[in-house]
Design a protein around this ligand. Structure first.
Ligand SMILES: [Mg+2]
Length: 237
């Protein structure tokens, strides 16, 4: 089974300050936006970096054509800024129980771990390396904010990459999204794959009821995934 993990609010908790600063720096360097609107966590949670950048630029009065034309410049500037701003050690921000769960899943032959995150890929990789859990997520698989501005497109991208070039995409019934927001649930629905929501981000369990399962913590999540992995062995390919 292909397990597609979100990062912020799922694998890492409250580890996004430098990331926000890097995006803001990119908007300043590329578009001269000095004072982007402050957003609440739940407003940006689950959105891709490019989507967040676009909405801040629209609010600052930047024209859509200019946003499109310089989207790559914003991505490059944000990744460069994050390289400077990323804390050396984010291990204290790893969600409790998550390293042990990842170890357990990675040791199974019937589970493949990958990321589906709104983070631009270089930021995602730097963040997880600083947190000490990057080794579980191989390069060349997953879906990132640098692949598409719309999170809904990312699970399908991850299924294509997991299967390899020229092959049929990884099957939907053997794929699950793991994330902390209604947007994670929506992206799974858009691709027709299962989703377990974890209530460790800005949304409580009551706001995540559209998911196929809701977990309160990593222990709960492990129980759901182990049940699904057991079911997947009897599914047709
Ligand atoms: Mg998240």
């Amino acid at each position: 089974m292909l397990l597609l993990f979100d990062i912020d609010g799922t694998l890492l908790l409250r580890a996004a300050d430098a990331h926000r600063d890097a995006i803001h720096e990119a908007l300043l360097v590329v578009h001269g936006v000095t004072d982007p609107a402050e957003r609440q966590g739940s407003q940006v949670a689950g959105r891709t970096d490019a989507d967040i950048a676009r909405s801040l630029l629209v609010q600052a009065g930047v024209e859509a054509a200019a946003i499109d034309a310089r989207a790559d410049d914003v991505r490059i500037a944000a990744c460069e800024a994050y390289g400077r701003l990323c804390p050396d050690d984010l291990s204290a921000h790893v969600a409790p129980g998550m390293p042990e769960l990842l170890e357990r899943l990675a040791a199974r032959e019937d589970a493949m771990l990958a990321l589906v995150t709104g983070n631009y890929e270089p930021i995602a990789r730097m963040k997880l390396r600083a947190a000490g859990i990057g080794g579980h997520f191989a390069r060349g698989v997953g879906g990132f904010g640098s692949d598409h501005e719309d999170r809904a497109m990312l699970p399908a991208i991850a299924r294509r990459r997991a299967a390899g070039e020229g092959a049929e995409p990884w099957p939907r019934q053997r794929t699950a999204v793991i994330g902390d927001t209604p947007r994670d649930i929506a992206c799974a629905r858009a691709d027709g794959v299962r989703v377990v929501a974890i209530a460790t981000g800005p949304h409580g369990p009551g706001e995540l009821t559209e998911a196929d399962a809701v977990a309160r913590d990593a222990a709960d999540l492990g129980a759901v995934l182990e049940r699904w992995l057991a079911d997947a062995t009897i599914l047709p390919a």
